[in-house]
Design a protein around this ligand. Sequence first.
Ligand SMILES: C[S@@+](CC[C@H](N)C(=O)[O-])C[C@H]1O[C@@H](n2cnc3c(N)ncnc32)[C@H](O)[C@@H]1O
Length: 272
Amino acid sequence: MPTLEENKSRWDGTYNWRSAGEEWSSGWGTSSMQWYGTILPRIRAFLPAHTILEIAPGFGRWTAFLKNSCTQLLVVDLSEKCIQACQERFAGCRHISYFVNDGKSLDMIPENAIDLIFSFDSLVHAEDTIIAGYVSQLASKLKQNGVAFLHHSNMGEYGSYLKMQNTIAKIPKLLGLLLRLGVLDNVGLHWRAPSMTARKMEVYAEKSGLRCISQELVTWGTRRVLIDCISTIVKKDSIWCRDNKVFRNPFFMKEARNLANLSQLYDFEATK
Ligand SMILES: C[S@@+](CC[C@H](N)C(=O)[O-])C[C@H]1O[C@@H](n2cnc3c(N)ncnc32)[C@H](O)[C@@H]1O
C-alpha cells in the first residue's frame, strides 16, 4: 500500500531520476509520442487554458508540454527534489510557479482561478483517502467551466485478483508460468494504490459538488486488467457538465504499442 511517507521517500530519495521520468514513456516510444498520441487527444477540448494547475509533476515530463498551452502554470508536488528539478529545467519560463506540499493540501492555490487541473502518471500511487482529500478541494479552485483531468488507480476493483496472485506467488514457478502464458496479468508490478477505484472517484466528485463526465478504465502494462482510470471532472453548473460516460478500454496498451512503432518513423527529435 503506497503511503504518503513511502511516496515521499521514493520520489524524494531512493528513485533514480537520471532519465527524468522519460523511462515511463518507453511503452509509447517517447514522452512526445505519449503526449501527442495519447494525452492531448483526451484533453484538446480544454487547451489552450489560461491557468493550469499540475499536481505531482515529478521532473516535468508533462510540464514541458503543458507550459506551452497556457498563460500561467502552477505546479505542486510533495517532493522538494522534483520541484527543484522543475525549477532548473524550466528556469527560462517566468509563467510557472512552484510549490512543495504535504501530499494533501492545495491551500497555496488561489480560489476560482484554475481552468485545467492536470495530473498524469502520479496519483495512481495515491490511496483513496488522499484522492478524496484532493477532490474535496477542487471545486473551490476551479473556475466555473474549469476541468480536472486526473489519472488514478482502479486497483481496488481487482482486490480478489491481487489476493489470488499473491497466493499463487507462494509457488514462484507456477506464477512465472501463468504470467508467461498470459493467463495472469502481473497486477502487482506497478505500485498502484489498492484502495482506489473509478467508482470511488465518481462518488468523491459528487460529494464535492462536481461530476465525472468521462471515465476511461485502462490497462497499464497489463493485457486485460484495467488497473488505472482517467477521470474528467467538472462543476455541476459548467458548460461541460453531462452524465458520466464510462469506457472500459482494454486496448490502451495496444494504442501505446502502435505509437511506439510510429515513433520510429515520425519522432524526429528522438530518432535523429
Ligand atoms: C511516478 S512520478 C510521475 C511524475 C510525472 N507526473 C511524470 O509522469 O513524469 C510520481 C510523482 O508524484 C508525486 N506525488 C506522489 N504522491 C503525491 C501526492 N499525494 N501529492 C503530490 N505529489 C505526489 C511524487 O513526488 C512524484 O513527483
